[in-house]
Ligand binder design. Sequence first.
Ligand code: TYD
Length: 150
Amino acid sequence: MNMSNLQPSEINTNSIYDCVIVPLRKIHNRAGNLTVVEGLKNLPFEVRRTYYLYDIPGGESRGGHAHKELYQLIIAAGGSFDVLLDDGENKKVVTLNRPYFGLLVVPGIWRELLEFSSGAICLVLASHKYEESDYIREYAQFMEFKGTAR
Ligand code: TYD
């Protein structure tokens, strides 16, 4: 696809401010805690896929891409890590370190996951099945998608 031929309707205007923390219910029990996430109830999407990152070596980063259509809820199911969000104009870093807070990442946001603690588990609930064609892995192509390329 020639990205410079994008129509205005193909440009994504979502911003980092659309990426919000979603508080999740913690069902407390003396034998431990339990948190439930229900698609469409806690999230603006139905969950069609779940995956998790683990055994992440110290100093490594993940992500480094954007999605065209995919919504995700990112949860630190264990340990902690930072999520760097970038909409082409603004950036923010969100630290996730509680299993009962998720970070909603809307389509059209460049993200990097970094500063993983030892033993961290990054749980991701996603709105669609895996499709490589939904990924934008080149930052210049991302800027085209956001309509901010010069
Ligand atoms: P990728 O999304 O690039 O990982 P990250 O953003 O965490 O660094 O995926 C890494 C590899 O795993 C890539 O080859 C695609 C594959 N993969 C699947 O097959 N299915 C999936 O649902 C995901 C998320 C990745």
